[in-house]
Design a protein around this ligand. Sequence first.
Ligand SMILES: [Zn+2]
Ligand SMILES: [Zn+2]
Length: 223
Amino acid sequence: MLSMLFPNKCVACGKIIDEGISVCEDCGKSLYRIDRQCCKYCGRDILPCGCMGEKNKFRRNISVFRYDGSAGKIVKRYKMGKITQISVYICQELSMLINEEYSDIDFDCMTYVPMSRIKKLFCGFDHAEMIAKGISQKLGLKNTALLKRKFSFKSQKSSKTKYNREKNIRGKFMVVKEVKDKTILIIDDVMTTGSTLNECAKVLKAAGAADVFCATFALTYKK
Ligand SMILES: [Zn+2]
Ligand SMILES: [Zn+2]
């Protein structure tokens, strides 16, 4: 039987669980789905959200879960191991949310926040690219690599504050395809301060994109 060879595991902790569910009972207790009554710009459901509102370069972000708790564990396991079951789960949850929240938007294409080539070599795969491909299949929306990360030795992890992240990420992306007058959906696994997505939206708009929306699996909140 297939299920004996590939037992169904909790996407957050890896424990073997019954078929048909994705998260075990314990992990389910700390999986916080974001309330749909949330900030219409950044997608956080605790106000004040601390985002720049209309000044964000993207029109809107939507996220499925708060990063705290099990969603963070899911993202970390996915990044470590390229586990197909987890990417299927992330794509499923995110596709459903996109279908619900962005049903009235006519996207021309979708793209993702790319890793640097060196990081991709190191990790073995580009997390956001793989999610975007899965979502593209589900939604029937074309996924195109519109952005490229410029070469840099610095890691963004070193900066915790929003100001520093903004400064570090500035000028790090370039647009590599025609985007003029296009309405674009950017996919990423996690939105933290929003600096990266803002920078991506900024360069896309500078290259002529009509509008930019974001969809991310998990969203961090200020402590
Ligand atoms: Zn679990
Ligand atoms: Zn907000």
